[in-house]
Design a protein around this ligand. Structure first.
Ligand code: HEC
Length: 251
Protein backbone atom coordinates (compact mmCIF):
# COMPACT_ATOMS: atom_id res chain seq x y z
CA UNK A 1 0.00 0.00 0.00
CA UNK A 2 1.36 3.43 -0.97
CA UNK A 3 0.78 5.74 2.02
CA UNK A 4 1.36 8.86 -0.15
CA UNK A 5 -1.65 8.04 -2.36
CA UNK A 6 -4.06 6.24 -0.17
CA UNK A 7 -4.97 8.39 2.79
CA UNK A 8 -8.31 9.96 3.89
CA UNK A 9 -7.34 13.48 2.75
CA UNK A 10 -6.56 12.38 -0.77
CA UNK A 11 -9.78 10.35 -0.84
CA UNK A 12 -11.70 13.41 0.30
CA UNK A 13 -10.23 15.73 -2.37
CA UNK A 14 -10.98 13.12 -5.03
CA UNK A 15 -14.55 13.11 -3.78
CA UNK A 16 -14.68 16.92 -4.00
CA UNK A 17 -13.31 16.89 -7.55
CA UNK A 18 -15.96 14.39 -8.49
CA UNK A 19 -18.69 16.58 -6.99
CA UNK A 20 -17.20 19.62 -8.74
CA UNK A 21 -17.30 17.89 -12.14
CA UNK A 22 -20.98 17.06 -11.59
CA UNK A 23 -21.66 20.66 -10.61
CA UNK A 24 -19.90 21.98 -13.72
CA UNK A 25 -22.11 19.72 -15.89
CA UNK A 26 -25.22 20.81 -14.00
CA UNK A 27 -24.25 24.44 -14.52
CA UNK A 28 -23.64 23.82 -18.22
CA UNK A 29 -27.09 22.22 -18.57
CA UNK A 30 -28.66 25.13 -16.68
CA UNK A 31 -27.02 27.60 -19.09
CA UNK A 32 -28.17 25.60 -22.15
CA UNK A 33 -31.69 25.39 -20.72
CA UNK A 34 -31.72 29.12 -19.97
CA UNK A 35 -30.98 30.10 -23.55
CA UNK A 36 -33.34 27.54 -25.09
CA UNK A 37 -36.47 28.08 -23.02
CA UNK A 38 -38.51 29.45 -25.98
CA UNK A 39 -40.94 27.19 -27.93
CA UNK A 40 -39.09 25.44 -30.72
CA UNK A 41 -39.69 27.03 -34.15
CA UNK A 42 -40.05 24.56 -36.98
CA UNK A 43 -39.28 25.33 -40.61
CA UNK A 44 -43.01 24.97 -41.36
CA UNK A 45 -43.89 27.58 -38.73
CA UNK A 46 -41.37 29.99 -40.15
CA UNK A 47 -42.69 29.45 -43.70
CA UNK A 48 -46.28 29.97 -42.53
CA UNK A 49 -45.59 33.34 -40.91
CA UNK A 50 -46.31 35.42 -44.05
CA UNK A 51 -49.57 33.52 -44.56
CA UNK A 52 -50.67 34.20 -40.98
CA UNK A 53 -49.88 37.87 -41.51
CA UNK A 54 -51.88 38.00 -44.77
CA UNK A 55 -54.80 36.20 -43.13
CA UNK A 56 -54.82 38.69 -40.29
CA UNK A 57 -54.83 41.57 -42.78
CA UNK A 58 -57.79 40.04 -44.69
CA UNK A 59 -59.75 39.45 -41.49
CA UNK A 60 -59.15 43.03 -40.41
CA UNK A 61 -60.15 44.40 -43.83
CA UNK A 62 -63.32 42.29 -43.86
CA UNK A 63 -64.26 43.32 -40.38
CA UNK A 64 -63.72 46.96 -41.32
CA UNK A 65 -65.71 46.87 -44.59
CA UNK A 66 -68.41 44.19 -44.74
CA UNK A 67 -70.80 44.12 -41.84
CA UNK A 68 -72.62 40.88 -41.03
CA UNK A 69 -75.88 42.76 -41.77
CA UNK A 70 -74.67 43.62 -45.27
CA UNK A 71 -73.79 39.98 -45.91
CA UNK A 72 -77.16 38.90 -44.57
CA UNK A 73 -79.14 41.29 -46.77
CA UNK A 74 -77.04 40.37 -49.81
CA UNK A 75 -77.80 36.72 -49.10
CA UNK A 76 -81.53 37.43 -49.14
CA UNK A 77 -81.30 38.90 -52.64
CA UNK A 78 -78.79 36.42 -54.00
CA UNK A 79 -80.52 33.34 -52.64
CA UNK A 80 -83.78 34.42 -54.30
CA UNK A 81 -81.94 34.75 -57.58
CA UNK A 82 -80.24 31.41 -57.05
CA UNK A 83 -83.53 29.72 -56.25
CA UNK A 84 -85.12 30.99 -59.42
CA UNK A 85 -82.06 30.42 -61.59
CA UNK A 86 -81.39 26.84 -60.49
CA UNK A 87 -82.67 25.17 -63.66
CA UNK A 88 -80.36 27.20 -65.92
CA UNK A 89 -77.71 24.74 -66.87
CA UNK A 90 -76.53 26.27 -70.12
CA UNK A 91 -75.91 29.92 -70.90
CA UNK A 92 -73.77 29.79 -74.01
CA UNK A 93 -73.54 27.18 -76.78
CA UNK A 94 -69.92 26.54 -75.76
CA UNK A 95 -71.19 24.97 -72.53
CA UNK A 96 -72.94 22.14 -74.39
CA UNK A 97 -70.67 19.09 -74.36
CA UNK A 98 -70.34 17.82 -77.95
CA UNK A 99 -71.91 14.38 -78.31
CA UNK A 100 -73.74 14.64 -74.99
CA UNK A 101 -77.41 13.75 -74.52
CA UNK A 102 -78.24 17.47 -74.36
CA UNK A 103 -76.42 18.23 -77.59
CA UNK A 104 -78.16 15.31 -79.36
CA UNK A 105 -81.54 16.37 -78.01
CA UNK A 106 -81.07 19.98 -79.10
CA UNK A 107 -79.80 19.01 -82.55
CA UNK A 108 -82.79 16.69 -83.01
CA UNK A 109 -85.32 19.31 -81.90
CA UNK A 110 -87.35 20.26 -84.97
CA UNK A 111 -87.46 23.91 -86.00
CA UNK A 112 -90.78 25.14 -84.70
CA UNK A 113 -93.13 27.03 -86.99
CA UNK A 114 -94.16 29.92 -84.76
CA UNK A 115 -96.80 31.16 -87.20
CA UNK A 116 -99.38 28.71 -85.85
CA UNK A 117 -98.52 29.66 -82.25
CA UNK A 118 -98.75 33.36 -83.04
CA UNK A 119 -101.93 33.15 -85.14
CA UNK A 120 -104.16 35.98 -83.88
CA UNK A 121 -106.81 34.79 -81.41
CA UNK A 122 -110.16 36.44 -81.03
CA UNK A 123 -109.30 39.42 -78.83
CA UNK A 124 -112.66 39.45 -77.07
CA UNK A 125 -112.75 35.74 -76.09
CA UNK A 126 -113.33 35.59 -72.31
CA UNK A 127 -110.41 34.57 -70.09
CA UNK A 128 -111.00 31.47 -67.92
CA UNK A 129 -110.85 32.55 -64.22
CA UNK A 130 -109.31 29.17 -63.29
CA UNK A 131 -106.45 29.82 -65.70
CA UNK A 132 -106.04 33.31 -64.20
CA UNK A 133 -105.87 31.75 -60.71
CA UNK A 134 -103.13 29.32 -61.82
CA UNK A 135 -101.33 32.23 -63.41
CA UNK A 136 -101.60 34.43 -60.35
CA UNK A 137 -100.00 31.71 -58.19
CA UNK A 138 -97.19 31.29 -60.72
CA UNK A 139 -96.68 35.04 -60.93
CA UNK A 140 -95.12 34.99 -57.43
CA UNK A 141 -92.01 33.77 -59.24
CA UNK A 142 -91.97 36.65 -61.72
CA UNK A 143 -92.82 39.21 -59.05
CA UNK A 144 -89.46 38.59 -57.33
CA UNK A 145 -87.81 40.37 -60.25
CA UNK A 146 -90.55 42.17 -62.21
CA UNK A 147 -92.39 43.57 -59.16
CA UNK A 148 -95.74 42.69 -57.54
CA UNK A 149 -97.62 44.69 -60.17
CA UNK A 150 -95.30 44.04 -63.08
CA UNK A 151 -93.97 47.56 -62.65
CA UNK A 152 -90.35 46.48 -63.17
CA UNK A 153 -87.50 47.36 -60.89
CA UNK A 154 -83.77 47.54 -60.51
CA UNK A 155 -83.28 43.98 -61.74
CA UNK A 156 -85.93 43.54 -64.45
CA UNK A 157 -87.92 45.61 -66.98
CA UNK A 158 -91.67 46.21 -66.53
CA UNK A 159 -94.34 43.75 -67.70
CA UNK A 160 -97.14 46.31 -67.25
CA UNK A 161 -97.68 48.00 -70.59
CA UNK A 162 -94.81 46.06 -72.21
CA UNK A 163 -95.24 45.61 -75.97
CA UNK A 164 -93.54 42.19 -75.62
CA UNK A 165 -96.21 40.99 -73.18
CA UNK A 166 -99.01 41.97 -75.54
CA UNK A 167 -97.06 40.76 -78.59
CA UNK A 168 -96.50 37.34 -80.20
CA UNK A 169 -97.08 34.41 -77.82
CA UNK A 170 -94.09 32.41 -79.11
CA UNK A 171 -91.77 35.17 -77.81
CA UNK A 172 -93.20 34.89 -74.31
CA UNK A 173 -93.06 31.09 -74.29
CA UNK A 174 -89.46 31.12 -75.51
CA UNK A 175 -88.47 33.65 -72.84
CA UNK A 176 -89.97 31.33 -70.20
CA UNK A 177 -88.35 28.18 -71.56
CA UNK A 178 -84.91 29.57 -72.31
CA UNK A 179 -84.51 32.79 -70.36
CA UNK A 180 -83.43 36.04 -71.97
CA UNK A 181 -80.23 38.02 -72.19
CA UNK A 182 -78.76 41.00 -73.98
CA UNK A 183 -80.29 44.38 -74.78
CA UNK A 184 -84.08 44.60 -75.07
CA UNK A 185 -86.19 47.72 -75.55
CA UNK A 186 -89.36 47.84 -73.44
CA UNK A 187 -91.69 50.84 -73.66
CA UNK A 188 -89.02 52.86 -75.46
CA UNK A 189 -86.33 52.24 -72.85
CA UNK A 190 -83.40 49.91 -73.42
CA UNK A 191 -82.62 47.32 -70.73
CA UNK A 192 -79.64 44.98 -70.58
CA UNK A 193 -79.64 43.39 -67.18
CA UNK A 194 -76.47 41.59 -66.07
CA UNK A 195 -77.14 37.88 -66.31
CA UNK A 196 -80.50 38.56 -67.97
CA UNK A 197 -83.53 36.46 -67.07
CA UNK A 198 -83.17 32.85 -66.00
CA UNK A 199 -85.00 30.06 -67.84
CA UNK A 200 -88.15 28.91 -66.03
CA UNK A 201 -88.61 25.72 -68.03
CA UNK A 202 -89.39 23.71 -64.89
CA UNK A 203 -92.96 25.06 -65.04
CA UNK A 204 -95.55 22.82 -66.70
CA UNK A 205 -97.14 23.86 -70.01
CA UNK A 206 -100.36 24.70 -68.10
CA UNK A 207 -98.47 26.83 -65.58
CA UNK A 208 -96.66 28.73 -68.32
CA UNK A 209 -99.92 29.26 -70.24
CA UNK A 210 -101.52 30.39 -66.97
CA UNK A 211 -98.86 32.87 -65.95
CA UNK A 212 -98.64 34.35 -69.44
CA UNK A 213 -102.43 34.65 -69.61
CA UNK A 214 -102.36 36.33 -66.18
CA UNK A 215 -99.61 38.77 -67.17
CA UNK A 216 -101.38 39.57 -70.45
CA UNK A 217 -104.58 40.38 -68.54
CA UNK A 218 -103.33 42.20 -65.42
CA UNK A 219 -101.69 45.52 -64.56
CA UNK A 220 -103.67 47.23 -67.32
CA UNK A 221 -102.55 44.74 -69.99
CA UNK A 222 -105.16 43.27 -72.33
CA UNK A 223 -104.30 40.44 -74.73
CA UNK A 224 -105.79 37.06 -75.68
CA UNK A 225 -105.21 34.11 -73.32
CA UNK A 226 -102.30 31.72 -73.90
CA UNK A 227 -103.10 28.00 -74.24
CA UNK A 228 -100.93 25.06 -73.14
CA UNK A 229 -101.04 23.89 -76.79
CA UNK A 230 -99.08 27.04 -77.68
CA UNK A 231 -96.37 26.10 -75.18
CA UNK A 232 -95.94 22.37 -75.98
CA UNK A 233 -94.44 22.75 -79.50
CA UNK A 234 -91.59 24.89 -78.11
CA UNK A 235 -90.63 22.43 -75.32
CA UNK A 236 -87.76 21.14 -77.45
CA UNK A 237 -85.99 24.46 -76.87
CA UNK A 238 -85.55 23.88 -73.13
CA UNK A 239 -81.81 23.68 -72.50
CA UNK A 240 -80.86 26.03 -75.33
CA UNK A 241 -78.87 29.11 -74.32
CA UNK A 242 -80.78 32.19 -73.15
CA UNK A 243 -82.54 33.76 -76.11
CA UNK A 244 -81.83 37.36 -77.18
CA UNK A 245 -84.30 40.03 -78.25
CA UNK A 246 -82.78 39.89 -81.77
CA UNK A 247 -83.87 36.24 -82.11
CA UNK A 248 -87.46 37.02 -81.09
CA UNK A 249 -90.27 38.14 -83.39
CA UNK A 250 -90.62 41.94 -83.28
CA UNK A 251 -93.74 42.77 -81.23
C1 HEC B 1 -84.53 36.32 -61.85
C2 HEC B 1 -85.32 37.48 -62.20
C3 HEC B 1 -86.49 37.26 -63.14
C4 HEC B 1 -87.58 36.44 -62.97
C5 HEC B 1 -87.86 35.51 -61.79
C6 HEC B 1 -88.42 36.65 -64.11
N1 HEC B 1 -87.85 37.54 -64.96
FE1 HEC B 1 -88.59 38.15 -66.75
N2 HEC B 1 -86.95 39.29 -67.07
C7 HEC B 1 -85.91 39.43 -66.20
C8 HEC B 1 -84.89 40.26 -66.78
C9 HEC B 1 -83.56 40.64 -66.12
C10 HEC B 1 -85.35 40.61 -68.07
C11 HEC B 1 -84.61 41.47 -69.08
C12 HEC B 1 -83.51 40.62 -69.69
C13 HEC B 1 -82.51 41.41 -70.50
O1 HEC B 1 -82.00 42.41 -70.00
O2 HEC B 1 -82.22 40.96 -71.62
C14 HEC B 1 -86.66 40.00 -68.20
C15 HEC B 1 -87.49 40.15 -69.31
C16 HEC B 1 -88.76 39.64 -69.42
C17 HEC B 1 -89.65 39.88 -70.54
C18 HEC B 1 -89.37 40.73 -71.77
C19 HEC B 1 -89.25 42.21 -71.43
C20 HEC B 1 -90.50 42.82 -70.82
O3 HEC B 1 -90.34 43.41 -69.73
O4 HEC B 1 -91.58 42.69 -71.37
C21 HEC B 1 -90.81 39.21 -70.25
C22 HEC B 1 -92.05 39.17 -71.11
C23 HEC B 1 -90.62 38.54 -68.99
N3 HEC B 1 -89.37 38.81 -68.52
C24 HEC B 1 -91.57 37.76 -68.39
C25 HEC B 1 -91.39 37.09 -67.18
C26 HEC B 1 -92.41 36.24 -66.57
C27 HEC B 1 -93.79 36.01 -67.10
C28 HEC B 1 -91.83 35.73 -65.43
C29 HEC B 1 -92.44 34.75 -64.42
C30 HEC B 1 -92.92 33.50 -64.95
C31 HEC B 1 -90.50 36.27 -65.32
N4 HEC B 1 -90.27 37.09 -66.40
C32 HEC B 1 -89.63 36.01 -64.29
C33 HEC B 1 -85.80 38.87 -64.93
C34 HEC B 1 -86.67 37.95 -64.41
Amino acid sequence: MDPSRDNPIIRFTTFLWGMGTFLIFALLLAVIWFFNRAEPTTVEDAAAQPRYATRAKIDAAEAANISPEAIESAMVVVSKQLASSKPVAIETPAQIVPGSETSKKLAAAPAVDTKAIDAPAAADSPVDPAVMATGKAQFMLCAACHGQNGEGGPIAPPLAGSEWVAGPVSNLVRIQLRGLQGPITVKGKEYNMPGGMAALGFQTDEQIAGVLTYVRNSFGNKAPAVKAEQVTPLRGEVGKPQITAAELTKP
